[in-house]
Design a protein. Sequence first.
Length: 114
Amino acid sequence: MQGGVAQGIGQALLEHAVYDASGQLLAGSYMDYTMPRADNVPNITVATENTMCTHNPLGSKGCGEVGAIGSPPAIINAIVDALKDFHVRHIDMPASPEKIWSIINAGRPAMAAE
C-alpha cells in the first residue's frame, strides 16, 4: 500500500514521459526520469477494513492497486483546491512545481497549466 501511494505521488507530481520530434524517449534512464524517492514521500499509516467479497467462494479480493489508484486524484484535487483563487479548475499531470509556479507567477485566472 505504501509503495502504491508513493507511485501515485510520482504520477501526480513528477513522472512524465517526454519524446522528441522523431519519437525518441528523452528520459531513457532513471537519471533523466523523475520519480519519488523515500525522502519525497511522507510517512504513511495503513489501516485495514475487512469486507468480504460476495462474488467468489473465498470472499477474498485484491488490494495491490489501492494506493496507486486513489493518490493521484487526491493530490491533483488538493492542488486545484489550493489554486482556486487563481480560478484553476483543472491541472494536467504531472502537476510539476514549474506548472504550479507559472500559475501563481502569472497572477491571473488560468484554467490549466501546460
